[in-house]
Design a protein around this ligand. Structure first.
Ligand code: CO
Ligand code: ZN
Length: 375
C-alpha cells in the first residue's frame, strides 16, 4: 500500500483489540458480554457514555458549540442461534439468528449460554462417511435437521446445566493471525467495525464536529439498534463501519469479486438488491475520497449486490441523515472462518478519523445543510 504503511507493532496492537472483541459472546439480543467490554474500552476517551434503553452503547466526544453532529456506527451483535428444542436424549435443535449459510455448520464447535450466563461447549453433530447412505452424500443438511451435542445423555442433564429453549448459541472459534497481516476468526462482522471505531474514537480530536459513537445491538436481525439510536440522536451526518462481503478467491471470476483483500477500505457507492439498501451520500463519499487521496490512504469503490448495513436505517430517521459506509473487505462472512487484512482495518480507522475532522461547520453548511430557497 503506497503512502500508507502501518508497522508490525500497530498491526499487532490492533489485532489484540480485534481478538478481544471477536472472541466475546454477543448473539443478537444477548450482547451483555460484548457490551461490557465495549464500555470498558470507551470509558476513558468519552466525554459522555451511556447504555440506552435498547442496549446500544452511546459515547460522545464534544466539539464546539453549534458544531455539526457526526454519528459513527458499528454493530456489536453477531449471528448465532437460539435453542428451539431439547430432545429426550439431550440433543439441542437450533433456530437461526441472522443469515447463516448452513453449508458451513456441520462439524463446528459451539458455545451455549446458559440461564446464569455461563458458556458451555458443544458440537454440531455430523454423520461419519461410513454410515452415509448414497443419497445423503452430496446433500446439504438443512439447519432444522442439525443438532448440537453438549455431552448430555438426557434432557434432564441439559436442563440441569442451565440450557433451555431460547438459550443463545454462538460458534466456538478464536481469532488467530495468518501469514502477513491476515487474520481469521468468527464475528469479524462486525467486531472489526467496533475495533476500527474504538481506535478512531480514542485518537480523534474532533475539532469542530461533535462525534457520537454508537456501538449498536441487533443489526443482524434488521438494523434495529442503530435505528433506535439515530432516532434519539438526530445527527447531521453518519458513517457506518462494517465488513463487506468479497469473493476474491479461486472459482470466482474477477468481475464478481466486489473488492480485493489488502487493497484498502471499501467505500460503498450503493448496496442491497437493485441498490435498495443505501445509496451513499455523494457529498460524504467525495469527502472520504478526497481525504484518502490527500493522505495516501488506499481505498476501493464498490457496489454490493446484496445485503446492507446500519447506515440504511440511520439514513431514514428524522429529517433524513446523509450517510456513508466505510467497509473492511472480508472473505467468507457469516461463516466461522471470516478472514481479513489488518492493514485494511487500520486504514479504515485512519480514514474515518481524518474525514470526520474535515466536517467543519463551513463544510457542513455548504454541503449537507438543508437549503432554504425562499424565505
Ligand atoms: Co452480518
Ligand atoms: Zn455486519
Amino acid at each position: 500500500m503506497a503512502g500508507f504503511n502501518p508497522g508490525e507493532a500497530e498491526l499487532e496492537e490492533f489485532f489484540s483489540l480485534l481478538k478481544r472483541l471477536a472472541d466475546s459472546f454477543g448473539v443478537s439480543g444477548y450482547e451483555d458480554e460484548i457490551r461490557g467490554l465495549v464500555v470498558d474500552l470507551l470509558r476513558e476517551a468519552a466525554d459522555e457514555l451511556r447504555v440506552d434503553r435498547f442496549g446500544n452503547v452511546v459515547a460522545v466526544k464534544r466539539g464546539g458549540r453549534g458544531s455539526p453532529h457526526v454519528l459513527w456506527d458499528a454493530h456489536m451483535d453477531e449471528i448465532g442461534f437460539f435453542v428451539r428444542y431439547i430432545d429426550e436424549r439431550g440433543f439441542l435443535y437450533l433456530s437461526p439468528v441472522g443469515g447463516w449459510s448452513e453449508r458451513v455448520l456441520p462439524g463446528q464447535r459451539v458455545r451455549v449460554r446458559t440461564r446464569d450466563g455461563k458458556l458451555i461447549r458443544g458440537v454440531i453433530g455430523v454423520k461419519p462417511p461410513h454410515l452415509l447412505r448414497q443419497e445423503e452424500r452430496d446433500k446439504v443438511i438443512p439447519l432444522d435437521k442439525l443438532f448440537v451435542d453438549i455431552g448430555a445423555s438426557s434432557r434432564e442433564e441439559a436442563l440441569e446445566a442451565g440450557v433451555e429453549v431460547g438459550s443463545p448459541v454462538d460458534l466456538d472459534r478464536e481469532a488467530v493471525r495468518l501469514l502477513g497481516a491476515r487474520v481469521t476468526g468468527k464475528s469479524f462482522d462486525d467486531r472489526v467495525g467496533v475495533a476500527v471505531l474504538v481506535k478512531a474514537f480514542r485518537e480523534i480530536d474532533p475539532g469542530d464536529a461533535t462525534v457520537t459513537l454508537v456501538v449498536a445491538v441487533q443489526e443482524e436481525v434488521g438494523l434495529k439498534g442503530a435505528r433506535v439510536a439515530a432516532q434519539q440522536l438526530q445527527p447531521d451526518a453518519a458513517i457506518a463501519v462494517d465488513v463487506t462481503a468479497i469473493s476474491d478467491v479461486p472459482d470466482t471470476p474477477r468481475q464478481d469479486w466486489v473488492a480485493e483483500l489488502g487493497k484498502g477500505p471499501v467505500l460503498k457507492v450503493a448496496d442491497g438488491r437493485s441498490a435498495s439498501g443505501l445509496i451513499a451520500s455523494p457529498k460524504l463519499l467525495r469527502l472520504l475520497r478526497e481525504t484518502a487521496e490527500s493522505l495516501g490512504i488506499p481505498y476501493q469503490l464498490a457496489v454490493l449486490p446484496g445485503g446492507t448495513t446500519d447506515a440504511t436505517a440511520i439514513a431514514l430517521t428524522g429529517r433524513g441523515v446523509p450517510a456513508a459506509v466505510v467497509a473492511v473487505p472480508t472473505r467468507y462472512i457469516h461463516s466461522p472462518v471470516e478472514l481479513l487484512d489488518l492493514r485494511d482495518a487500520v486504514a479504515a480507522s485512519m480514514l474515518v478519523r481524518e474525514a470526520t475532522r474535515r466536517i467543519t461547520l463551513d463544510w457542513y453548511r455548504e454541503n449537507l445543510e438543508e437549503k432554504k430557497l425562499k424565505p
